[in-house]
Write a protein that binds this ligand. Structure first.
Ligand SMILES: [Zn+2]
Ligand SMILES: [Zn+2]
Length: 246
């Protein structure tokens, strides 16, 4: 009993300092600390983001866009991410999505918001739209990680959140074991623009996701929005893959 009172008092008079949500270092007040951010930035050393899709490609390759974007130009305007999908960022995204660490949405979402503010004409964006999760997956996980991230972007940058602009019209197989072509055909027609996309005709929007891997998902989402009359799509994700091809 005494111990309970003591610990309660301790909490009362000396509130526990909140450290970095990734490494636990003190002093960062729930934001991701500078040391973690530098570590993530170093993962991109020697690489440059493809000017179109934002995936990391060898810096000395000469071309500003990656081979894939040159061969099949994605339908969105531009995609960017915070850092390569590797190291403690990959671990953090795993615990956010699969171990239910929902509290990571805020510090991670903040990073997407500052990426958007520094790279995109964010004041012109009429909506932030999360990549939708199929109902079954949503029930399994309990939340859509892209929606939680989009909520933070909405709060920080005051871009209106339109969560139902896109609807997942059918469930798709897991993408992990599929080739690039298979991923694209697996997702064909998997997304539709909902009624909430109607007021976005002729406007520019932000599409938010956690990871940009092959880009098949955001490309299909972009097509659905463009078919519904959306003029321009900017894509922001936390992490993107490193390309082995130039
Ligand atoms: Zn840290
Ligand atoms: Zn590219």
């Amino acid at each position: 009993m005494l111990t309970d009172v003591r610990s309660a008092m301790k909490g009362l008079f000396f509130p526990q300092e909140q450290g970095c949500p990734i490494c636990g270092r003190r002093g960062s007040q729930r934001h991701i600390c500078q040391i973690c951010l530098e570590e993530w930035a170093e993962l991109a050393d020697g690489f440059l983001p493809c000017a179109k899709c934002g995936r990391f490609k060898k810096a000395e390759a000469g071309e500003t866009t990656c081979q894939e974007c040159r061969e099949n130009e994605p339908p969105y305007a531009i995609a960017r991410c915070v850092a390569p999908y590797d190291g403690s960022l990959r671990d953090a995204l795993h615990s956010f999505k699969f171990s239910g660490r929902r509290e990571l949405a805020y510090p991670l979402g903040e990073l997407i918001a500052s990426l958007v503010a520094s790279l995109f004409p964010y004041r012109l964006l009429a909506a932030v739209i999360p990549v939708p999760l199929h109902e079954n997956r949503l029930q399994e996980r309990g939340f859509n990680q892209a929606l939680l991230l989009a909520e933070v972007v909405n709060r920080m940058l005051r871009i209106p959140l339109v969560p139902n602009a896109l609807i997942r019209s059918r469930e798709t197989h897991s993408q992990t074991s599929l080739s690039r072509e298979q991923r694209h055909s697996n997702l064909k027609g998997a997304f539709e623009a909902g009624e909430d996309a109607l007021p976005l005709q002729g406007k520019a929007v932000l599409l938010a996701d956690d990871v940009y891997t092959t880009g098949a998902t955001v490309q299909e989402c972009s097509k659905a929005l463009i078919n519904a009359g959306v003029k321009e799509i900017y894509v922001a994700a936390l992490a993107a893959g490193i390309l082995t091809s130039p």
